[in-house]
Every structure is written in C-alpha cells, then in structure tokens.
Design a protein around this ligand. Structure first.
Ligand SMILES: C[S@@+](CC[C@H](N)C(=O)[O-])C[C@H]1O[C@@H](n2cnc3c(N)ncnc32)[C@H](O)[C@@H]1O
Length: 361
C-alpha cells in the first residue's frame, strides 16, 4: 500500500501519542507500563506499512576495505554510494570525520569538499586526500554558508542530531541541488533544546525532548560481543549503585548517573560506587560498600526486567526514528524539494541505516 509522507507522519505521530506512557519510562525507572502480547501484536499490525521503507538494492560487496578503513564502515560507504544519485559537480561532505565518504564519492565527475570541526580529523583526512578532495576545518553550525551554493550536493554519513537538523536548514537556505544524508543520535548536540522543522511536527501534541527520543537509537546490534558485554556490565553496575543508594539513604527514585565509558566497570563494583557517589550522592563519598553480592544479585533481577522492557519498546523504536526523519522530509517538501526516506543498507551493517534523499524540484 502506498502512503503519502503526510499520512505516514500522522499515523506514527498518533500511535506514539496514544501509547505515550508505554515508551517513556527510562532505564532504571520502576514505573514501567507492561503491555499484553495481544496489544503489542495489534500495534505491530497497525504500524504495518508506516514503518516499512524502500530498501536500496542489495549490492554484492566483495572487495576488501582500503588500509585504515574498517570493514563495516567500508560496507556503509559502498551502500551509501549505491544510493547516491546526483549530477551536481561539487559535493559537500558535512561533518566528514576522517573523510572516508569524501574519498569514496570523489571522482573525475565529482569534486568533494569535506567540512569537519575537529582539526586532528582534518589533518588525517588531508593526509589521504586526492586532487578531487579538499578538507576544511569548519563548525557547520555557524560557518558552513561560505561553502554552500545552489549547484552542490550535500552528503552526510551519520551526522548527529543538531548537525543534521542544521544540514537540512542550510540546504534549504542555500537551495542546494540535492542532499543525501543518514542521521544518527537524534538527541545529541542541541544546545537550545530539540528542534522540529516541519509544520506538522511543530503543531503535533506529541512532546519530544532530548531524553525521550533517545529510544530511537537504543539498540546496538552491530557492536562487537566484547563491547556489548562491557555495556551490560556497566548497566548492571548502574542498577547495583542505585540499590546501594536506596538501601543507604532510603530514597525511592532511581539515581541517574552521567554517561561514562564502559571501561570504568573493569575496575570493580566498589570503585564504580565510589565514582557514582562523587558524581551524584556526595553524602555517600567514602562510605564502604558492604554486601556487594546481594546488591548485584538484586541488580541482575532488575537488569532482566530492563532487557524485557526494551524488547517491548522495540515496536515503538523504529516508529519514533522514522517519525523523526519524516520531520526532515516534510520540511524539505515544504521548501520545494522532492524528498524520500530509504534504507541505504541492511541494519546488520549499521542500525542507523536510514537515508534522506532529496532533490530541489
Ligand atoms: C558520527 S561522526 C561521523 C563522521 C563521518 N561522517 C563518518 O561517517 O565517518 C560525526 C562527526 O561530526 C563532527 N562534528 C561534530 N560537531 C561538528 C560541528 N559543529 N561542525 C563540524 N563537524 C562536527 C565530529 O567531529 C565527527 O567527526
């Protein structure tokens, strides 16, 4: 069944609104709303075609990555290029990092300008550059205009939150020829709160913020086993810390700790609690952690529930992610572009596999 962008947006928006309470509870919260199997099946059925995107044709990717490029990145680049369909002579690679995508798209027909804020990445990109690539250190949030013109294509592979929102706004301002970008980390880098662009998203009663849209990226199917194990241990320690705080201070709410590297969990639970106390509960600084095994066994039971709850939320996760991307598509359409959402690669290569592709009409 063919549905318009507007219809798809409304369908997802309304479903997320109706089941609001089921996808809000964050990690550690006791206020989880469990849905029955029958309700979950009905939701999945209702979502139907609204969460199905056109996939790019599967490419037979056999070649080995060049030195310095990881296999997974290499596959992303090849799939991205397979969906790149621009006749513009110049491409701007937005937040180009080490310039992998720039190098991959540059050809005799396409010169590429890479923009990146991190000078060390610019140095690494420049060291590998060819005569068709040029890299500039640039904060795309405030300095990109000078590099943009209506004859260009803008590309971005995994530009986080505010960075891809700015990309869409600047593309419209500069009336560029076309855009091809894959968003990621929808919640990141908004200094002044989350920004919706399109009319329907701005009018929607669905309240989205940097906290609740984190659900859109809450899965890491492609992380290596070792990384997944380290992350789970960190989550276990977070819950164990919460158990400790509750027991010592008799408080009821979850004590949220700042994000940190999973490496901290390799130093043991007591060290983790000492770090956590310093961050959020100074009255427990210097207090010894007794009965570590009981705390961790309660934490394990809670972690099992978290995992089950995340599985339940999965039905809302893709709906939310597509709803966020549709805001960009609608805004581009409102401003004279023909825009679409596609899956540029299988999710086994990267779970952030959505591409927004738009051409000035
Ligand atoms: C997720 S990485 C993607 C890098 C690259 N596109 C790739 O796929 O390898 C996001 C990049 O955005 C860059 N970045 C962050 N804030 C930026 C800003 N304000 N202006 C330009 N680049 C920025 C980061 O340094 C990082 O290299």
């Amino acid at each position: 069944m063919n549905i318009s962008t507007q219809e798809r947006f409304q369908q997802l928006d309304q479903l997320l609104l109706r089941h609001w309470s089921a996808w809000q509870p964050a990690f550690g919260s006791d206020a989880k709303l469990w849905l029955t199997e029958a309700t979950l099946t009905a939701i999945a059925h209702e979502l139907g075609s609204a969460t199905q995107l056109t996939s790019s044709p599967l490419l037979p990717i056999q070649s080995e990555p060049p030195a310095g490029t990881k296999l997974r990145k290499w596959r992303q680049l090849q799939h991205f290029k397979g969906c790149f369909n621009s006749s513009a002579e110049t491409i701007v690679d937005w937040c180009c990092g080490m310039g992998h995508l720039s190098g991959h798209l540059a050809s005799d027909r396409h010169a590429v300008i890479g923009l990146e804020i991190d000078s060390s990445l610019i140095a690494r990109a420049s060291a590998r550059s060819s005569k068709m690539t040029l890299f500039h250190q640039c904060d795309v949030l405030s300095e990109a205009e000078q590099y943009l013109s209506s004859a260009q294509s803008i590309v971005a592979l995994h530009a986080c939150g505010a960075l891809h929102t700015a990309l869409v706004e600047k593309a419209v301002e500069s009336q560029v020829h076309d855009l091809h970008f894959s968003p990621c980390c929808y919640h990141k880098r908004f200094n002044r709160g989350l920004k919706m662009l399109s009319q329907p998203a701005r009018r929607s009663p669905l309240v989205l913020n940097e906290r609740n849209i984190q659900l859109a990226v809450r899965q890491s199917v492609t992380a290596p086993k070792r990384e997944q194990f380290a992350r789970e241990k960190l989550r276990l320690y977070r819950l164990g810390f919460d158990e400790w705080v509750k027991r010592e201070l008799g408080i009821e709410h979850y004590t949220h700790l700042p994000s940190t590297s999973p490496a901290i969990a390799t130093k043991g639970f007591a060290t983790f609690c000492a770090w956590g106390a310093k961050q959020r509960v100074p009255e427990l600084s210097g207090v010894a952690v007794n009965d570590e095994s009981r705390l961790l066994s309660s934490a394990e039971e809670r972690l099992e529930l978290e995992v089950a709850y995340e599985a339940q939320c999965e039905v809302f996760r893709r709906a939310l992610e597509i709803r966020l991307c549709l805001d960009n598509v609608l805004f581009l359409e409102e401003n004279g572009f023909q825009a679409e959402l596609i899956e540029f690669c299988p999710s086994s290569i990267t779970p952030r596999n959505i591409m927004i592709r738009a051409f000035r009409a």
